[in-house]
Design a protein around this ligand. Structure first.
Ligand code: ATP
Ligand code: MG
Length: 335
Protein backbone atom coordinates (compact mmCIF):
# COMPACT_ATOMS: atom_id res chain seq x y z
CA UNK A 1 0.00 0.00 0.00
CA UNK A 2 1.28 3.46 -0.93
CA UNK A 3 1.52 5.94 1.95
CA UNK A 4 -1.12 8.68 1.81
CA UNK A 5 -0.21 12.37 1.72
CA UNK A 6 -2.87 14.92 2.52
CA UNK A 7 -2.35 18.63 2.48
CA UNK A 8 -4.40 21.73 1.73
CA UNK A 9 -4.53 25.37 0.84
CA UNK A 10 -7.29 27.86 1.57
CA UNK A 11 -8.70 29.55 -1.54
CA UNK A 12 -8.45 33.01 -0.01
CA UNK A 13 -5.97 34.42 -2.53
CA UNK A 14 -3.21 33.48 -4.94
CA UNK A 15 -0.07 31.57 -4.00
CA UNK A 16 2.72 33.68 -2.51
CA UNK A 17 6.38 33.08 -1.73
CA UNK A 18 5.43 31.73 1.71
CA UNK A 19 3.42 28.94 0.12
CA UNK A 20 6.07 28.25 -2.46
CA UNK A 21 9.02 27.91 -0.09
CA UNK A 22 7.11 26.81 3.00
CA UNK A 23 4.93 24.10 1.51
CA UNK A 24 4.84 23.76 -2.29
CA UNK A 25 8.51 22.84 -2.73
CA UNK A 26 7.76 19.73 -0.72
CA UNK A 27 4.65 19.01 -2.83
CA UNK A 28 6.83 19.16 -5.95
CA UNK A 29 9.41 16.83 -4.46
CA UNK A 30 6.94 14.38 -2.95
CA UNK A 31 4.77 14.09 -6.07
CA UNK A 32 7.67 12.24 -7.71
CA UNK A 33 8.15 9.80 -4.83
CA UNK A 34 5.28 7.40 -5.45
CA UNK A 35 2.77 8.41 -2.73
CA UNK A 36 -1.02 8.47 -2.95
CA UNK A 37 -1.20 12.27 -2.83
CA UNK A 38 -4.38 14.29 -2.11
CA UNK A 39 -4.25 18.08 -2.27
CA UNK A 40 -7.32 19.81 -0.89
CA UNK A 41 -8.54 23.22 -2.00
CA UNK A 42 -10.08 24.01 1.39
CA UNK A 43 -13.07 26.13 0.42
CA UNK A 44 -15.14 25.19 3.49
CA UNK A 45 -12.27 26.24 5.74
CA UNK A 46 -11.89 29.47 3.75
CA UNK A 47 -15.55 30.21 4.36
CA UNK A 48 -15.06 30.08 8.17
CA UNK A 49 -13.64 33.60 8.03
CA UNK A 50 -14.94 34.58 4.56
CA UNK A 51 -18.53 33.36 4.95
CA UNK A 52 -19.79 36.75 3.82
CA UNK A 53 -17.72 36.71 0.64
CA UNK A 54 -18.56 33.51 -1.27
CA UNK A 55 -17.55 35.02 -4.63
CA UNK A 56 -14.01 35.55 -3.36
CA UNK A 57 -13.71 31.93 -2.25
CA UNK A 58 -15.16 30.53 -5.49
CA UNK A 59 -12.89 32.65 -7.68
CA UNK A 60 -9.84 31.62 -5.68
CA UNK A 61 -10.58 27.90 -6.01
CA UNK A 62 -9.69 28.32 -9.70
CA UNK A 63 -6.94 30.86 -9.08
CA UNK A 64 -5.06 28.70 -6.63
CA UNK A 65 -5.45 25.61 -8.83
CA UNK A 66 -3.94 27.50 -11.76
CA UNK A 67 -1.09 28.69 -9.52
CA UNK A 68 -0.38 25.12 -8.42
CA UNK A 69 -0.35 23.85 -11.99
CA UNK A 70 1.93 26.66 -13.11
CA UNK A 71 4.59 25.84 -10.51
CA UNK A 72 4.63 22.27 -11.83
CA UNK A 73 2.13 20.28 -9.79
CA UNK A 74 1.17 17.31 -11.95
CA UNK A 75 -2.53 16.31 -11.86
CA UNK A 76 -1.53 12.81 -13.01
CA UNK A 77 0.43 12.41 -9.78
CA UNK A 78 -1.65 14.47 -7.33
CA UNK A 79 -5.44 14.38 -6.79
CA UNK A 80 -6.35 18.07 -6.56
CA UNK A 81 -9.87 18.24 -5.13
CA UNK A 82 -12.44 20.68 -3.71
CA UNK A 83 -13.19 20.19 0.00
CA UNK A 84 -16.89 21.13 -0.12
CA UNK A 85 -17.59 18.38 -2.66
CA UNK A 86 -16.54 15.60 -0.26
CA UNK A 87 -19.48 15.53 2.14
CA UNK A 88 -17.82 12.89 4.35
CA UNK A 89 -15.48 15.62 5.63
CA UNK A 90 -18.46 17.57 7.02
CA UNK A 91 -19.92 14.38 8.47
CA UNK A 92 -16.68 13.48 10.21
CA UNK A 93 -16.31 17.02 11.56
CA UNK A 94 -19.61 16.53 13.40
CA UNK A 95 -18.44 13.21 14.88
CA UNK A 96 -15.10 14.68 15.99
CA UNK A 97 -16.71 17.74 17.57
CA UNK A 98 -17.57 15.55 20.57
CA UNK A 99 -13.92 14.64 21.08
CA UNK A 100 -12.50 18.11 21.64
CA UNK A 101 -13.21 20.68 24.30
CA UNK A 102 -13.94 24.34 23.64
CA UNK A 103 -11.14 25.42 25.97
CA UNK A 104 -8.63 23.25 24.08
CA UNK A 105 -9.61 24.95 20.82
CA UNK A 106 -9.33 28.37 22.44
CA UNK A 107 -5.81 27.46 23.64
CA UNK A 108 -4.65 26.29 20.20
CA UNK A 109 -1.69 28.60 19.38
CA UNK A 110 -2.55 28.86 15.66
CA UNK A 111 -6.16 29.77 16.43
CA UNK A 112 -4.97 32.31 19.02
CA UNK A 113 -2.56 34.00 16.60
CA UNK A 114 -5.14 34.09 13.82
CA UNK A 115 -7.76 35.55 16.15
CA UNK A 116 -5.40 38.37 17.08
CA UNK A 117 -4.79 39.02 13.38
CA UNK A 118 -8.52 39.00 12.63
CA UNK A 119 -9.51 41.45 15.36
CA UNK A 120 -11.39 43.62 12.89
CA UNK A 121 -13.44 40.75 11.57
CA UNK A 122 -14.33 39.24 14.92
CA UNK A 123 -14.32 42.33 17.14
CA UNK A 124 -11.76 43.24 19.80
CA UNK A 125 -13.31 41.30 22.63
CA UNK A 126 -13.99 38.30 20.46
CA UNK A 127 -17.75 38.07 21.17
CA UNK A 128 -18.38 37.61 17.49
CA UNK A 129 -16.00 34.68 16.96
CA UNK A 130 -18.07 32.09 15.17
CA UNK A 131 -18.54 28.47 16.15
CA UNK A 132 -17.27 27.57 12.67
CA UNK A 133 -14.02 29.51 13.00
CA UNK A 134 -13.22 28.15 16.44
CA UNK A 135 -13.93 24.65 15.17
CA UNK A 136 -11.83 24.72 12.01
CA UNK A 137 -9.03 22.63 13.56
CA UNK A 138 -11.64 19.88 14.09
CA UNK A 139 -12.62 20.08 10.45
CA UNK A 140 -8.92 19.93 9.52
CA UNK A 141 -8.58 16.69 11.50
CA UNK A 142 -11.48 15.36 9.41
CA UNK A 143 -9.73 16.50 6.19
CA UNK A 144 -6.66 14.47 7.05
CA UNK A 145 -8.20 11.33 8.52
CA UNK A 146 -11.00 10.89 5.98
CA UNK A 147 -8.23 10.08 3.52
CA UNK A 148 -6.30 8.01 6.08
CA UNK A 149 -3.55 10.63 5.71
CA UNK A 150 -0.14 9.76 7.14
CA UNK A 151 2.12 12.56 5.88
CA UNK A 152 1.16 16.23 5.84
CA UNK A 153 3.55 18.69 4.13
CA UNK A 154 2.94 22.12 5.73
CA UNK A 155 4.55 25.33 6.94
CA UNK A 156 5.27 25.51 10.67
CA UNK A 157 2.23 27.74 11.39
CA UNK A 158 0.22 24.54 10.96
CA UNK A 159 2.01 22.43 13.61
CA UNK A 160 -0.44 23.12 16.49
CA UNK A 161 -3.28 22.10 14.16
CA UNK A 162 -1.60 18.80 13.42
CA UNK A 163 -1.05 18.21 17.12
CA UNK A 164 -4.76 18.86 17.64
CA UNK A 165 -5.52 16.29 14.93
CA UNK A 166 -3.30 13.70 16.61
CA UNK A 167 -5.10 14.30 19.91
CA UNK A 168 -8.46 13.68 18.22
CA UNK A 169 -7.09 10.51 16.62
CA UNK A 170 -5.82 9.21 19.98
CA UNK A 171 -9.12 10.00 21.66
CA UNK A 172 -11.10 8.36 18.84
CA UNK A 173 -8.95 5.20 18.94
CA UNK A 174 -9.14 4.95 22.73
CA UNK A 175 -12.96 5.06 22.66
CA UNK A 176 -13.91 3.31 19.42
CA UNK A 177 -10.91 1.01 18.91
CA UNK A 178 -7.80 1.30 16.79
CA UNK A 179 -9.11 2.81 13.54
CA UNK A 180 -7.24 6.01 12.64
CA UNK A 181 -3.58 6.78 11.94
CA UNK A 182 -1.69 9.62 13.64
CA UNK A 183 -0.46 11.91 10.85
CA UNK A 184 3.08 13.31 10.78
CA UNK A 185 4.13 16.72 9.46
CA UNK A 186 6.70 17.12 6.69
CA UNK A 187 8.43 20.48 6.98
CA UNK A 188 10.45 22.16 4.24
CA UNK A 189 13.87 23.80 4.66
CA UNK A 190 12.16 27.19 4.94
CA UNK A 191 9.50 26.42 7.51
CA UNK A 192 8.14 29.98 7.61
CA UNK A 193 8.62 32.83 5.16
CA UNK A 194 8.43 36.32 6.66
CA UNK A 195 6.29 39.14 5.26
CA UNK A 196 7.42 42.31 3.47
CA UNK A 197 6.68 44.23 6.66
CA UNK A 198 8.98 41.99 8.73
CA UNK A 199 6.02 40.07 10.21
CA UNK A 200 7.00 36.50 11.19
CA UNK A 201 4.57 35.15 8.57
CA UNK A 202 3.87 36.15 5.00
CA UNK A 203 0.13 35.54 4.71
CA UNK A 204 -2.64 36.06 2.20
CA UNK A 205 -4.82 37.62 4.85
CA UNK A 206 -2.01 39.83 6.21
CA UNK A 207 -1.42 42.06 3.17
CA UNK A 208 2.34 41.52 3.33
CA UNK A 209 2.89 39.00 0.54
CA UNK A 210 4.65 38.76 -2.82
CA UNK A 211 2.39 36.67 -5.05
CA UNK A 212 3.69 34.39 -7.77
CA UNK A 213 1.47 36.23 -10.28
CA UNK A 214 2.51 39.76 -9.28
CA UNK A 215 3.48 41.78 -12.34
CA UNK A 216 6.76 43.68 -12.57
CA UNK A 217 5.24 47.03 -11.54
CA UNK A 218 3.66 45.48 -8.44
CA UNK A 219 6.89 43.73 -7.49
CA UNK A 220 8.82 46.98 -7.86
CA UNK A 221 6.33 48.81 -5.63
CA UNK A 222 6.34 46.10 -2.96
CA UNK A 223 10.12 45.65 -2.81
CA UNK A 224 10.74 49.39 -2.83
CA UNK A 225 8.66 49.66 0.36
CA UNK A 226 10.09 46.54 2.08
CA UNK A 227 11.47 46.91 5.59
CA UNK A 228 15.26 47.55 5.80
CA UNK A 229 17.68 48.16 8.70
CA UNK A 230 16.15 51.26 10.30
CA UNK A 231 19.56 52.33 11.67
CA UNK A 232 20.93 52.81 8.15
CA UNK A 233 20.22 56.45 7.38
CA UNK A 234 22.76 57.36 4.67
CA UNK A 235 23.58 55.35 1.56
CA UNK A 236 27.08 54.46 2.80
CA UNK A 237 26.21 53.64 6.43
CA UNK A 238 27.22 50.07 7.32
CA UNK A 239 24.12 48.01 8.17
CA UNK A 240 22.93 44.66 9.49
CA UNK A 241 21.53 42.51 6.67
CA UNK A 242 19.99 40.07 9.17
CA UNK A 243 17.27 42.59 10.08
CA UNK A 244 16.60 43.61 6.48
CA UNK A 245 13.74 42.06 4.48
CA UNK A 246 15.48 42.89 1.21
CA UNK A 247 18.46 40.69 2.13
CA UNK A 248 16.02 38.08 3.42
CA UNK A 249 14.37 37.75 -0.02
CA UNK A 250 17.75 37.90 -1.79
CA UNK A 251 18.51 34.71 0.15
CA UNK A 252 15.36 33.06 -1.22
CA UNK A 253 15.64 33.91 -4.91
CA UNK A 254 19.19 34.99 -5.73
CA UNK A 255 22.35 32.97 -6.50
CA UNK A 256 24.74 32.06 -3.68
CA UNK A 257 27.43 34.27 -5.22
CA UNK A 258 25.14 37.31 -5.26
CA UNK A 259 23.84 36.64 -1.74
CA UNK A 260 27.41 36.65 -0.36
CA UNK A 261 28.14 39.89 -2.23
CA UNK A 262 24.95 41.61 -0.97
CA UNK A 263 25.74 40.60 2.61
CA UNK A 264 29.36 41.77 2.69
CA UNK A 265 28.71 45.05 0.84
CA UNK A 266 25.78 45.82 3.15
CA UNK A 267 27.92 45.20 6.26
CA UNK A 268 30.74 47.39 4.87
CA UNK A 269 28.39 50.20 3.84
CA UNK A 270 29.44 50.00 0.19
CA UNK A 271 25.89 49.35 -1.11
CA UNK A 272 22.86 51.60 -0.85
CA UNK A 273 19.38 50.24 -0.16
CA UNK A 274 17.96 51.52 -3.45
CA UNK A 275 20.58 49.65 -5.50
CA UNK A 276 20.04 46.56 -3.34
CA UNK A 277 16.27 46.71 -3.89
CA UNK A 278 16.68 47.15 -7.65
CA UNK A 279 18.88 44.04 -7.80
CA UNK A 280 16.29 42.11 -5.80
CA UNK A 281 13.51 43.25 -8.15
CA UNK A 282 15.48 41.87 -11.12
CA UNK A 283 16.21 38.56 -9.33
CA UNK A 284 12.58 38.22 -8.24
CA UNK A 285 11.30 38.82 -11.77
CA UNK A 286 13.68 36.18 -13.15
CA UNK A 287 12.56 33.73 -10.49
CA UNK A 288 8.83 34.24 -11.14
CA UNK A 289 8.99 34.47 -14.93
CA UNK A 290 8.68 30.71 -15.74
CA UNK A 291 5.61 30.35 -13.48
CA UNK A 292 3.87 33.26 -15.18
CA UNK A 293 4.66 31.85 -18.63
CA UNK A 294 3.17 28.45 -17.73
CA UNK A 295 0.14 30.04 -16.12
CA UNK A 296 -0.86 31.74 -19.39
CA UNK A 297 -1.73 28.30 -20.79
CA UNK A 298 -4.15 27.57 -17.93
CA UNK A 299 -5.66 31.06 -18.14
CA UNK A 300 -6.44 30.33 -21.77
CA UNK A 301 -7.88 26.86 -20.98
CA UNK A 302 -10.30 27.26 -18.05
CA UNK A 303 -12.20 24.08 -18.99
CA UNK A 304 -9.04 22.05 -18.57
CA UNK A 305 -8.64 23.45 -15.04
CA UNK A 306 -12.25 22.47 -14.23
CA UNK A 307 -11.70 18.96 -15.58
CA UNK A 308 -8.56 18.55 -13.46
CA UNK A 309 -10.58 19.49 -10.36
CA UNK A 310 -13.49 17.19 -11.26
CA UNK A 311 -11.16 14.25 -11.86
CA UNK A 312 -9.20 14.89 -8.65
CA UNK A 313 -12.42 15.21 -6.65
CA UNK A 314 -13.72 11.91 -8.04
CA UNK A 315 -10.55 10.10 -6.89
CA UNK A 316 -10.78 11.74 -3.47
CA UNK A 317 -14.40 10.63 -3.21
CA UNK A 318 -13.46 6.96 -3.68
CA UNK A 319 -10.96 7.12 -0.83
CA UNK A 320 -13.30 9.05 1.52
CA UNK A 321 -16.22 6.66 0.91
CA UNK A 322 -14.08 3.68 1.96
CA UNK A 323 -12.68 5.36 5.05
CA UNK A 324 -15.99 6.73 6.40
CA UNK A 325 -17.44 3.23 6.22
CA UNK A 326 -14.63 1.98 8.48
CA UNK A 327 -15.12 4.92 10.85
CA UNK A 328 -18.90 4.44 11.11
CA UNK A 329 -18.42 0.74 11.81
CA UNK A 330 -16.05 1.59 14.66
CA UNK A 331 -18.60 4.09 16.03
CA UNK A 332 -21.44 1.57 15.69
CA UNK A 333 -23.47 3.86 13.44
CA UNK A 334 -23.29 1.63 10.37
CA UNK A 335 -27.02 0.87 10.10
P1 ATP B 1 -4.70 32.65 5.11
O1 ATP B 1 -4.08 33.89 5.62
O2 ATP B 1 -5.97 32.83 4.35
O3 ATP B 1 -4.77 31.55 6.15
P2 ATP B 1 -2.17 31.61 4.23
O4 ATP B 1 -1.28 32.54 3.49
O5 ATP B 1 -1.90 31.30 5.67
O6 ATP B 1 -3.66 32.11 4.02
P3 ATP B 1 -2.93 28.87 3.79
O7 ATP B 1 -3.77 28.48 2.63
O8 ATP B 1 -3.57 28.98 5.13
O9 ATP B 1 -2.22 30.25 3.43
O10 ATP B 1 -1.68 27.88 3.92
C1 ATP B 1 -1.36 26.92 2.94
C2 ATP B 1 -0.02 26.27 3.26
O11 ATP B 1 1.03 27.20 3.07
C3 ATP B 1 0.12 25.77 4.70
O12 ATP B 1 0.85 24.57 4.68
C4 ATP B 1 0.91 26.84 5.38
O13 ATP B 1 1.66 26.35 6.46
C5 ATP B 1 1.82 27.29 4.24
N1 ATP B 1 2.21 28.69 4.43
C6 ATP B 1 1.39 29.76 4.34
N2 ATP B 1 2.08 30.89 4.60
C7 ATP B 1 3.36 30.50 4.85
C8 ATP B 1 4.57 31.20 5.17
N3 ATP B 1 4.60 32.52 5.28
N4 ATP B 1 5.71 30.47 5.35
C9 ATP B 1 5.69 29.12 5.23
N5 ATP B 1 4.59 28.41 4.94
C10 ATP B 1 3.44 29.08 4.75
MG1 MG C 1 -3.38 30.09 6.85
Amino acid sequence: MKKVILTGLRPTGNLHLGHYFGACQNYLKMQTEGYDFYLEIADVQALTDNFNNPEKVRKNVYEITKDLLSIGLDPDKVHIFIQSQIKEIAELTVFYSNLVTISRLQRNPTVKTELTQKKDLFGNKGESITYGFLGYPVSQAADITVFDGELVPVGDDQLPLLEQCREIVRKFNSIYGDTLKEPQQVLSNTTRVKGLDGNEKMGKSLGNAIYLIDDEATITKKIMSALTDKNKIKKDDPANPEVCMVYYYHKLVNSQENITKVCSECQKGSRGCVQCKKELIAAMNDFLHPFKEKRKYYDENPDLVKTILTTGTASAQIKATKQIKKIKQAMKIDY
